[in-house]
Design a protein around this ligand. Structure first.
Ligand SMILES: C[S@@+](CC[C@H](N)C(=O)[O-])C[C@H]1O[C@@H](n2cnc3c(N)ncnc32)[C@H](O)[C@@H]1O
Length: 287
């Protein structure tokens, strides 16, 4: 059964107000996501948290009346498309984009969210039930590193968000609590594995090897500098940018690099000096 344009009945509304991160263990769909529009303050907060700007390409999964993509086009000079499997909503969203004068940058397609190619997206927006998010998780995680994702009210299974914000929404059409949560993630690059590098020095370079383990955007590991093994300190993975510190007791080293095709290229900061730095992954990434 497809959704209706009217507000959802209360019983369904109560179901829609499940707490974030609930029902995320079994990734299968047992209940359809009804049409519930995101209130204006939520749309604004989603776009702000995703840091939407001109040049961004947004995809809204389950786009309803099109308000997220239309606002992004009108107020942030971005572009994108929304998909919805209710053709009446697709027509309404298309008319709304025409009325707002952004039909060239805000398009709407009658399509299932699970069949949608997200490859063009720099930002993905979601207001779907938690079990939808759980099914979408592998697809979202496989997006280009650095792609930003924002979700209204629900998490993405066990993938912890990078940021979360609660806004008061007195006009919220569903749920008992008149507030909404907005969650934000940045898709991390795959960095888990064994890396080999060198620490450049005036006389002779020191061999450096490090092993990273990764749980979504959280990274930890150890490094071997010459003969000593040390912990990787303050690892930070933001999209395809990885930084961390190492200290071998004598010197403190700060590494930062961009990951691309099994290589990390960037710089090493030590003792006020900046040196070019590179590392190569010597094993296949582990999932
Ligand atoms: C809660 S509404 C969100 C609407 C809009 N994104 C917003 O925030 O205002 C969810 C939308 O997803 C659509 N939807 C649900 N399941 C879908 C699916 N499998 N494929 C495409 N659209 C779907 C519904 O028709 C509905 O319009």
């Amino acid at each position: 059964m497809k959704n209706v344009l009217r507000a959802v009945p209360l019983a369904l509304a109560a179901l829609f107000a499940l707490p974030a991160f609930a029902a995320d263990e079994a990734p299968k769909i047992t209940e359809e996501t009804p049409y519930v529009p995101s209130p204006r303050i939520v749309v604004d907060t989603m776009l702000r948290m995703a840091d939407v700007r001109a040049g961004d390409f947004l995809i809204d999964l389950g786009s309803g009346d099109g308000r997220i993509i239309i606002t992004a086009a009108k107020e942030y000079d971005a572009q994108g498309f929304g998909v919805d499997y209710d053709p009446r909503l697709v027509r309404l969203a298309t008319e709304n984009a025409q009325k707002a004068g952004v039909a060239d940058r805000a398009r709407f397609i009658d399509q299932n969210v699970f069949k949608t190619d997200l490859g063009q997206a720099s930002v993905v927006t979601i207001y779907l039930l938690p079990e939808y998010n759980a099914v979408l998780k592998p697809t979202l995680l496989a997006l280009k590193p650095g792609t930003r994702i924002v979700s209204h009210d629900y998490g993405i299974a066990d993938w912890e968000p990078d940021a979360a914000s609660k806004v008061q929404v007195p006009e919220k059409p569903v749920g008992v609590e008149k507030s909404s949560w907005i969650y934000y993630w940045m898709v991390p690059a795959q960095v888990q594995g064994h890396w080999r590098s060198r620490i450049p020095a005036a006389k002779s370079a020191t061999a450096l090897e490090f092993k990273l383990t990764q749980h979504y955007q959280k990274v930890e590991g150890t490094a071997k500098i010459g003969a000593s093994t040390v912990a990787i300190e303050r690892p930070l993975l933001k999209g395809d940018l990885l930084s961390f510190d190492l200290s071998d007791g004598k010197q403190s080293l700060h590494f930062e690099g961009r990951i691309s095709g099994g290589q990390l290229s960037g710089q090493l900061l030590s003792g006020g000096k900046k040196l070019p730095w590179r590392a190569v992954r010597v094993d296949a990434p582990k999932d």
